[in-house]
Design a protein around this ligand. Structure first.
Ligand SMILES: [Fe+2]
Length: 244
């Protein structure tokens, strides 16, 4: 079993119910509505009833950068709320039993499906966000990722600066992403629940810049939250695993 398959085999039962995480689903990609392939992250597949994935670390593992109190509310209240709402919204619809990423691509941009999209995307985004952080994060990316970062941004510092600028430049709630677009890496930001996959971009890591991600610890100082997370917690190894 190669490294990626081993990683998936370990993650699947931890993330979601085992019956919902087959190799086919884990390795497959959701078809996008335009007939192409959406650039999804296949480690986060699940089908209804969707379950709240456990954190990949203890609630206090990110202190002092992010407090256990913030993690507890963020995971146990906010993310759980999205998962619970999604399960209620899909009962009796074509989306019941559909993998999470498929729901996202099928409902993106459809005004009559906004509530399902928002809750599905937020459930996915938060599972991805937790894996974008690590108590052993920060520092240098793995060599293959660092090479791509330097080719795309010039330097690791320039990449981090662009991520911070995107995170600070997102007006209101949203997300700042490092994504892969073909051979290039890019930084993009999305508002509210929006995801980069629907634009054909493969997410590598993400920063949550909704106020609930930092307000208890940093109040209005989003810049301090962003820069400290980038220096101390950002999980470059996870981003490297997500490279095509
Ligand atoms: Fe959040």
């Amino acid at each position: 079993m190669n490294r990626k398959l081993t990683f998936l085999a370990v993650l699947c039962p931890l993330l979601f119910s085992s019956s919902s995480c087959t190799n086919r689903e884990a390795l497959g990609r959701s078809d996008d509505p335009k007939g192409g392939k959406a650039k999804t992250n296949d480690k986060l597949e699940s089908v209804s009833p969707h379950v709240l994935p456990p954190l990949p670390f203890k609630e206090d593992a990110l202190e002092p950068v992010i407090s256990a109190k913030t993690i507890s509310f963020h995971h146990g209240k906010h993310q759980k709320g999205y998962v619970d709402n999604l399960n209620k919204l899909v009962v009796g619809t074509d989306f019941a039993g559909m993998p999470l990423e498929k729901i996202i691509t099928e409902t993106a941009g459809k005004v009559d499906k906004t509530a399902i999209f928002n809750n599905a995307a937020q459930a996915w985004n938060h599972a991805f966000y937790w894996r974008s952080l690590s108590p052993k994060g920060g520092g240098e990316p793995p060599a293959a990722l660092k090479q791509k970062i330097e080719a795309s941004f010039g330097s690791l510092d320039a990449c981090k600066k662009e991520l911070a600028t995107a995170a600070m430049g997102q007006f209101g709630s949203g997300w700042a992403w490092l994504v892969q677009d073909g051979d290039k890496l890019k930084v993009v930001k999305t508002g509210n629940a929006d995801v980069p996959m629907t634009a054909g971009l493969k997410p590598l890591l993400v920063l949550d810049v909704w106020e609930h991600a930092y307000y208890l610890d940093y109040q209005n100082r989003r810049v301090d939250y962003v820069n400290t997370v980038l220096d101390k917690l950002i999980n470059w190894a996870f981003a490297a695993e997500n490279l095509d």
